[in-house]
Design a protein. Structure first.
Length: 160
């Protein structure tokens, strides 16, 4: 059985400081893999939590992407998806709220959806905070407790 996290637990994990390595841009270069580009980066949070950043983008549709922040509970090999930033490539419906939209959106792990037995991060909200893959990465970096190494010569994200 997979772990269940309260909304408060999820919020604490999202706020936990996640220090990106100095060469993080190199480490998140996506590589082709069966119809899409993908890359994963494991990180240790400042409180000792284990996180994984997962980047995926279709080779055929640039708006079909997911930027995922996962958490691995102690003594588990399961990945708990805390948040997922998705492209504008499909319609999404929130089962409980019964609202449907076709837009860029952010999935969030919630107690309500876990209790329903749905995917932990099944709830999503449309967003205008990003409109392409690199902006979605930057948005997650800015919103989920990541610490970017300072380099005055480099933008937050160059073409990756």
């Amino acid at each position: 059985m997979s772990a269940m996290l309260s909304d408060q637990d999820v919020a604490l994990l999202l706020r936990e400081r996640k220090v990106l390595p100095a060469d993080y841009q190199k480490k998140i270069q996506v590589h082709p893999k069966r119809g899409h580009k993908e890359r994963e980066l494991d990180l240790k949070g400042s409180d000792g939590s284990d996180f994984r950043l997962i980047l995926r983008q279709s080779l055929f549709n640039p708006l079909d992407f997911s930027i995922i922040l996962g958490y691995r509970p102690a003594n588990s090999n399961q990945l708990f998806r805390l948040q997922r930033y998705n492209g504008k490539s499909h319609e999404h419906t929130n089962t409980i709220e019964r609202d449907t939209f076709y837009n860029f959106h952010i999935h969030k792990a919630t107690e309500r959806y876990q209790q329903l037995g749905a995917r932990k991060d099944a709830f999503a909200e449309p967003t205008d905070r990003f409109s392409e893959f690199h902006e979605a990465i930057s948005c997650m970096i800015n919103n989920c407790g990541f610490e970017v190494p300072f380099d005055p010569q480099r933008k937050l994200f160059e073409e990756i």
